[in-house]
Design a protein around this ligand. Sequence first.
Ligand SMILES: [Zn+2]
Length: 220
Amino acid sequence: MKKLFIVSFLFSTITSFASVIDLQFDSNVTANLRKQVMGDFELMQNMGASRESPIHQEIFGKVDGSNYLQWFQQRVKYFGFSSCGGPSAVACVKPQYLNKIWVSGNYTGINHPQIARLMTLYHEARHTEKDKDNWPHAKCPRNFPYRSIWTGKRLAGNYACDSTVYGSYASASVLLNNISKFCESCSEKTKQDAKIYSDDQVKRVVDAASVARLKQDFEI
Ligand SMILES: [Zn+2]
C-alpha cells in the first residue's frame, strides 16, 4: 500500500513537470486533444522578439513565450469539449463558469495550423474576462462579405465581429500579427500561418476608429 502511494506520487510529479501549462481537462477531452493542446503551447513556449506593437504591448506585453503562457494561465484553468451551442461554433466560454473554455468538434475535426489553434484558444481566453463583460462580439453587417476562415460559414448578421481593438478577434489578430513580424525563434511556416490568420481575423473588426487604430498598429 505504501509502495503504491510512492509510485503514484512520483508519477504525478513527473507528469506535472512535463506539462508546459497547467490545465485541468474534462473527462470527455480525448488523450489526443490533450496532447495536441500541450504540443501547441510548446510551440509558443520558446517564442521571443525584441520588439512589439503598441496594442500588443498594452494587451499582452512583450512577444515572449513565458509571458504568453502566463497570460493564458491567468485566465484559463479548465478545458472542456462541447458542441458550444451550434454547428458553427469552434470554441466557447460559458460565462457562469470562471476560468474555463471549451472547444467543439469544429476545432478538433477541421485541420488548421498550430498557430491558428492557439489563436482560437487566446480568443476564448480573452472571453473569460468577466470584469470586461467577457468582451462581447458586435453584429457583423448584413452585407458582411467574409466567411469564417475556420468553418467556411457565412458571418453576415451574426455576432461574429468586434467593435473594439481589445475584443477577442482584434486581440488575437494583434497577437498573431506580432508573431508573424517579430518572432525571432519561430519557423517561417509559423510566421506565414500567423500572417494569414491575423489578416483574416482583423477583418472581423467593423468599427471605423478601431479599424484605423489596428491598421496603424499593423504597419509598425
Ligand atoms: Zn468569440
